[in-house]
Design a protein around this ligand. Sequence first.
Ligand code: CA
Length: 249
Amino acid sequence: MIARTSRMGVLKLIRLPLQAVIVGFCLASGGLLAQTLPLSQNLINFNSAEGEKLLLESSALKDYFPLSTQFVTQKNQAYCGVASSIMVLNALGIPAPEAPEYGSYHLFTQDNFFNTQAQNVIAPEVVAQKGMTLDQLGKLLESHQVKAEVHHGGDVTLDEFRTMVVKNLQEPGNFVLVNYLRKAIGQEIGGHISPVAAYNKETDRFLILDVSRYKYPPVWVKASELWQAMATVDSDSGKTRGFVLVNRR
Ligand code: CA
């Protein structure tokens, strides 16, 4: 049976165009079909023995559980800010609108996030094309009964950044979103937004719950590298990226 399948497979390969042959090879080889991109050496995959250990040894992980409960994949390649925001709004328990796809249940989704006030900040169609800046992220969040404290990366030292974010990660009921340049931490490639869920003191690393789950797993990144990646200039705003501390009003 195996020999017959194999011979048929060979016959099929001969008749197929080159691209299909390559795809067929990838399917057969398994390892080449990884769904997420490989990580550079400076990052630690959360879904690994080492990544797990860093969480178990973390003393600043209050936000991990509510955020992981609400962890979603961004619905298009520019919606990282929207996906990150709804995770935080749902984790905070902010009164949500109805989500038509769930009948009478209320939940923030990437489709109902843009209420009238948010649409006045920036239109969803524009965000779907080019994403959002850090200041727009803060204003969009404030369209939803939360206080968003925006810090640009170029305005804070590494120590200030670490102190503010670690304090938040030790407190329940408030959250941190980071806006950083992927390239600066060894990823592909542009600006990105995701929630931070925990801190490991011994390794001085933050856990980013990356909302582009089709592209990268959650990673532990060195505080200094994340800080540098936030101190990069976003060409849309002309300002540095940074982070947002989100609290109930
Ligand atoms: Ca917190």
